[in-house]
Ligand binder design. Structure first.
Ligand code: FHN
Length: 603
């Protein structure tokens, strides 16, 4: 008989630990590490590579956030911006939230349809929420009555997904939240948790969590990844993370565990900030500016709109172009792309998500070889797109992902010193002329780009690529584009990716943050510098190059999404060579968003 959640978990019952309801106040501080320091399991580099191999080859997976929060679908009390954080953000009494279980009956759910959709999009693995922060287990658990059996839907979605994944050759993986807003033993009890009783006890909670992980890692076949999350609250510690990592790996030694099992995640950048545990880093809603070198595995997880969980009002969908370019960008930096869908309470993946997955699948059908089993680009930055590569030990195949198609029919691979063996268009295999010249390797390409989103040109060179870093360079006619992606950002300011190459600097909230570009000047002279800015207030920037400082007044556009062209001023390049241009807040600075800088010879 399952323990009834109202009386806490089984171990609490046995221990007679039922006390007067804990004061439903702010988080309860608990003894730190109740366990001695434990060491990660021993594993040779070769064993680790063998275990990580499928992940590195896959490059692309589907994230699924599915739970009771799909019932309100983002709406409550006239507000429409909720998602999977519904319980926390509404601070609804848990007893009231539990009633959503009575309405969760996804009769239109088809595991086969979901898995086929992922597979046809080119995804190799699926990570689904077995339990999100609300503690609701979307499978039948023997350890709680806060699970799928509480709903009218008397099936096991995870079992059906496991069968469909096995049939279609897709890896099944589980997202599992460490933090649990519902469980009475989670260390930071919410004041609105009116069903939890007793004093939180993290050792008891960890026993419960391990019990559920044992169910998940015993009853659903081989699990590719346990994707932990919700690790940031103080009751969770590094030592508990190491212990949990080991526990998962003793249940299924081949399972991969992300870095959110411990405390290593550096915010949304997702990479370890030092003391970490887990097999790979987890940037969230962003793609790192560069890769992290061989052996450093990472995966960028992103939504298609603004929500992980289903929100029926959120129609802010990223374009298929952006999603495809994100996938390429991740692969070009040696990482994976985990793209999210948030199914409805009926069990349907939203139509706009399906449309985008089909677009991605069409591109992947023609270009999958340029993504799967590739490694990071040997180039720092390219003005026309990205590069992925494969090596057979004798030759290196470079996949040139061209986003800005050369209008003069000449695709220049800057600084590449190898003699080209041959080049061709990936789709159609049309042979292309490739010659080595002072710039690197120049390939004659057709006038029209084969693919409006990203055209793949294959260039095979002997041995490993020898690249002389060209860095950013002014064009021979003096023009120059300095994009946000090419900049070095100092502080919290970051690049917001937008469709159609309209990336902008965003989150530029701190007057101490600034951005800079270092580039090779080739044509001395005076240049007018223009850009596009958006912001609610007027602002001001200093354009700094050498000992020149030009004050630029930035007008308000009224909205952070409404960009207007702005002339920043005229700056002089005195001589050819490496120069650094800085943009620094000044005077009556107010937050702004800012796009690419354009240099044009001054009139
Ligand atoms: O709080 C969660 C959030 O709901 C969502 O699950 C994302 C997905 O990676 N992870 C956490 C925020 O970092």
């Amino acid at each position: 008989m399952k323990p009834n959640f109202i009386t806490a978990t089984r171990s609490a019952l046995l221990a007679g630990a039922l006390l007067a309801p804990a004061t439903l106040l702010a988080p309860v501080a608990l003894a730190q590490d109740a366990k001695p320091e434990v060491k990660p399991l021993p594993e040779t580099p070769e064993q680790r590579d063998a275990r990580m191999n499928w992940f590195r080859e896959a490059r692309f997976g589907m994230f699924i956030h599915w739970g009771l929060y799909a019932v309100p679908a983002g709406e409550y009390n006239g507000k429409t911006n909720y998602g999977e954080w519904f319980l926390e953000e509404t601070k609804m009494p848990v007893s009231q939230y539990e009633k959503y279980a009575d309405q969760f009956n996804p009769t239109k759910f088809s595991a086969e349809e979901w898995v086929k959709l992922a597979k046809d999009a080119g995804m190799k693995y699926i990570v689904i929420t077995s339990k999100h922060h609300d503690g609701f287990a979307i499978y039948p658990s023997k350890l709680t009555d806060w699970d799928i059996e509480r709903t009218p839907f008397k099936r096991d979605p995870l079992k059906e997904l496991a069968d469909a994944c096995k049939k279609e050759g897709i890896k099944l993986c589980f997202y599992h939240s460490i933090m649990d807003w519902h469980h009475p033993d989670w260390g930071t009890r919410r004041a609105w948790n009116d069903v939890a009783q007793g004093t939180p006890n993290m050792d008891r909670y960890v026993d419960f969590m391990k019990g559920q992980l044992k169910e998940l890692l015993t009853n659903y076949g081989p699990i590719g990844i346990v994707w932990f999350d919700g690790e940031w609250e103080s009751p969770w510690t590094h030592a508990r993370g190491v212990d949990l990592y080991n526990y998962v790996r003793t249940l299924q030694p081949q399972t991969i565990v992300n870095n959110r099992v411990g405390k290593g995640r550096s915010g949304m950048q997702g990479m370890d900030k030092g003391q970490g545990v887990g097999d790979y880093g987890t940037p969230e809603q962003e793609i790192p500016p560069t890769g992290f070198g061989l052996g450093v595995d990472w995966e960028s997880c992103m939504t298609m709109n603004n929500h992980w969980g289903y929100n029926k009002n959120d129609q802010n969908w990223k374009s298929s172009q952006m999603l495809i370019r994100n996938l390429i960008d991740c692969a070009s930096k040696g990482g994976n792309y985990l793209l999210n869908v948030g199914p409805t309470a009926e069990g349907l993946i939203p139509g706009p998500s399906i449309e985008r997955l089909k677009d991605i699948g069409a591109w992947m059908k023609a270009n999958r070889d340029a993504i799967y089993d590739t490694t990071a680009s040997p180039f720092k930055k390219l003005s026309w797109g990205r590069v992925t590569k494969k090596s057979d030990g004798k030759n290196t195949t470079l996949f040139l992902h061209v986003w800005n198609w050369p209008q003069d029919g000449k695709l220049v691979v800057p600084g590449l010193k190898n003699t080209p063996r041959f080049a061709y268009q990936l789709d159609g295999k049309a042979k292309l002329n490739a010659v080595q010249d002072a710039k690197g390797i120049t390939i004659d390409v057709p006038q029209k780009a084969p693919d409006a989103i990203s055209s793949t040109i294959v260039l095979v060179v002997p041995g490993t690529p020898i690249v002389e870093d060209q860095g950013l360079a002014q064009n021979a006619d003096g023009t120059l584009q300095l994009t946000p992606a090419d900049a070095t950002a100092h502080g919290e300011v970051k690049v917001e990716q937008k469709a159609g190459g309209k990336d902008n600097f965003g989150f530029w909230l701190n007057a101490n943050d600034y951005v800079e570009w270092t580039f090779k000047a080739v044509r001395p002279g005076k240049y007018e510098v223009t850009t596009e800015t958006a912001g609610e207030s007027t602002s001001a920037l200093d354009l700094i190059l050498g000992n020149q400082k030009v004050r630029a007044a930035i007008p308000a556009s009224g909205d952070y999404a409404k960009f207007q062209k702005v002339t920043l001023g005229t700056i002089e390049i005195a001589a050819p060579g490496s120069v650094t241009l800085q943009l620094k807040p000044t005077g009556d600075w107010k937050p702004i968003n800012l796009r690419t800088l354009e240099f044009k010879p001054a009139p």
